[in-house]
Design a protein around this ligand. Sequence first.
Ligand SMILES: Nc1nc2c(c(=O)[nH]1)N[C@H]1C(S)=C(S)[C@@H](COP(=O)(O)OP(=O)(O)OC[C@H]3O[C@@H](n4cnc5c(=O)[nH]c(N)nc54)[C@H](O)[C@@H]3O)O[C@H]1N2
Ligand SMILES: Nc1nc2c(c(=O)[nH]1)N[C@H]1C(S)=C(S)[C@@H](COP(=O)(O)OP(=O)(O)OC[C@H]3O[C@@H](n4cnc5c(=O)[nH]c(N)nc54)[C@H](O)[C@@H]3O)O[C@H]1N2
Ligand code: SF4
Ligand SMILES: [Mo]
Length: 698
Amino acid sequence: MAPTPTPTHCPYCALQCAMGLLPDPGPVPVRVEGRDFPTNRGGLCRKGWTSADLLTHPDRLTAPLLRGPDGTFAEVSWDQAYDTWTAAIRTAQQTYGPDAVGVFGGASLTNEKAYLLGKFTRLALRSSRIDYNGRFCMASAATAGNRSFGIDRGLPFPVADLDAAHTVLLVGSNVADTMPPFVQHLAGARAAGRLVVVDPRRTATADLTDDGQGLHLQPRPGTDLALLLGLAHVVLNEGLADSSYVATRTSGAEDLRRSLATWWPERVEGLTGVPAGLIRDVAVMLAERPRGTYILTGRGVEQHVDGTDTATAAINLALLLGLPGGPDSGYGTLTGQGNGQGAREHGQKADQLPGYRSISSDRDRAAVAAAWGVDPSVIPGPGLPAVALLRSLGRPEGVHCLWVNGANIAVSAPAAAAVEEGLDRLDFLVVSDIFFSETAAHADLVLPTTQWAEEEGTMTNLEGRVLRRRRALTPPAGVRSDLQVMAAMARRLDAPGSFPEDPAEVFEELRRASAGGRADYSGITYAAIEAGEAAYWPWPAGGTPTPRLFTDRFAHPDGRARLVAVAPHPHRHHGEHGPVVLTTGRLLEHYQSGNQTRRVASLAQAAPEPRMEIHPRTAEQYGLPDGGMVRLTSDWGSATARTTLTEAIRPGCVFVPFHYAHQGAVNRVVGDRTDPLSGMPEFKGTPVTLTSLPEETP
Ligand SMILES: Nc1nc2c(c(=O)[nH]1)N[C@H]1C(S)=C(S)[C@@H](COP(=O)(O)OP(=O)(O)OC[C@H]3O[C@@H](n4cnc5c(=O)[nH]c(N)nc54)[C@H](O)[C@@H]3O)O[C@H]1N2
Ligand SMILES: Nc1nc2c(c(=O)[nH]1)N[C@H]1C(S)=C(S)[C@@H](COP(=O)(O)OP(=O)(O)OC[C@H]3O[C@@H](n4cnc5c(=O)[nH]c(N)nc54)[C@H](O)[C@@H]3O)O[C@H]1N2
Ligand code: SF4
Ligand SMILES: [Mo]
């Protein structure tokens, strides 16, 4: 009988494409095949197809590594690793207090791991100091969603709903590279000639609008807030708003109307560079509704110091048009990481407890304390958001002993050189990863962890649908899952409450802890998902899943969405560097910090080094030849890249992907100023100076 493939999902992004894993006799132990599912319909991108190459990669960590007095790493037993780490935790706690021990998590972790990581920090370490890389990813959109809708589920509708859309406004997202199989859901809008892409670069996604299939708007980086205000101004002034929806389903319309009065398109054109006529055309397009209209945002508009307000402006526009909760319309943000949605719901965020509960609310604390079997007073208060946590490393009142579990901050955090200095100031750094990352290079202890195809668990995709991750292979001897590590350490630290190492048991606990919360998983079971139930949260025990939110009411107590008046802050940076603006983002071939994809031979060959996209006119101004080396310098530091001259990018700005290490790590240049509401850094707008480098410069 032919073997049956193990049905699971891709290890990488939030589209969580369905795949089957078939045992294979070759050097790669399983063969990946696409599996039919509503989000990907059998399609996968290059990263998904090659994901199994990493399972038996020679670089794989297979034993704990402890740094000796001479600075080199040596393999140690797990017991020795746990004992050394426990001693370091106790020393830090005794010397500086419980908040001197911190945790940095990630959204590649399953729901089970993310949930237990929050519990481990609060109960086993008795510390408030936990945050995670979602702060660099979804924080602005999440803050905006909570403020406007009272809840944060990235897409409040199934992805396949977009198929029927007539008009789609895609702001700051390059799905053709970041979620290729998603593009099929834009086919309807493209056929109608009504896909509108807003990006300072003519990306692969912007190219989808060629040949009359839509419009590409090319604003200056960081000016989307003004652009969205301009669109909303036209909607109001031209009588295009859905006034009965605004009257019955929202509050705050009067303030919003006043705040929009002066954002006429000609003024917006001056700020954004987008022609006033186009702004009027797009507003009219969005309002015409023979069939559905959707507004979607991505990191391009959210990763700014005004990212929350920019996402809010997109939501305001959608609400004025009456889109959210409609049968064939809506607003959504495209969540990025594999478990970007679930990992922001169950308590690895500094201010949050499982079920999307608030760590500052007495009611929420009592509910979770009851589920954990502890007194609410045992749970610490809010900690520090990621950038503040990283700034505190090794500082007097800061974190002195850190566990990084599921992030490569030496590459992906802003002001990366300062982060590396912080890591070196620590008394003790533990890094758990599959591969020896640039962050692990700073560690005292490195712990090898299982990979996706070796473990069971759940992931929540960009639609808020909970999926099963299935084990197809036995992990290499010597590798432990993050759950096993937490269970072992909780015992050593005499933690109150339970720390099961079996994901099914953890999920049962998560269900109970989330019951009654905003992200209620209590009705979801492994068995239901395996039986093919579409497990969209909230799914309360005894109730039904919720594929579509907001059909009757929003999540605020009065059921109405808030229209929140926002305006560009006089915040833009005026340091000694400029006037070229650096923006950053992704390539199709690489994933995030590149710790995984830089090790896949075909991906590394396709995109071996950082290239800086620059317009020929700007390049000429700075004397930069095509294919030459350039140094980018900001108030925070410098990095190098090779130039690619292209008319696809706006003059006056440059683009560099963040997937590379050392001198190629563009986050050494990116600053760590943050959005005051979300804690999101300004990844997409750093003033830089550019210097041509001779070829041999390292
Ligand atoms: N190949 C690949 N796919 C991925 C990932 C990956 O690393 N690699 N990561 C996953 C994750 S975690 C995430 S969060 C998503 C991110 O997915 P996206 O949001 O699509 O990714 P980015 O490339 O960060 O940014 C999107 C676009 O924003 C544009 N942009 C830059 N500045 C501005 C601006 O000021 N305004 C506007 N309107 N646009 C701007 C950039 O030119 C870029 O094309 O991708 C997921 N998928
Ligand atoms: N300049 C710039 N910087 C950015 C961005 C940008 O657009 N521009 N985007 C930001 C965004 S949106 C994001 S999401 C972040 C992502 O930045 P990172 O958090 O650095 O992302 P990854 O490279 O995915 O890091 C995850 C690490 O965890 C490991 N890992 C995977 N699964 C597991 C697991 O189950 N357990 C453990 N212990 N480890 C695991 C992987 O091997 C990898 O080393 O980068 C942010 N940084
Ligand atoms: S689009 Fe995302 S989930 Fe799908 S195969 Fe590519 S990386 Fe994996
Ligand atoms: Mo992300």
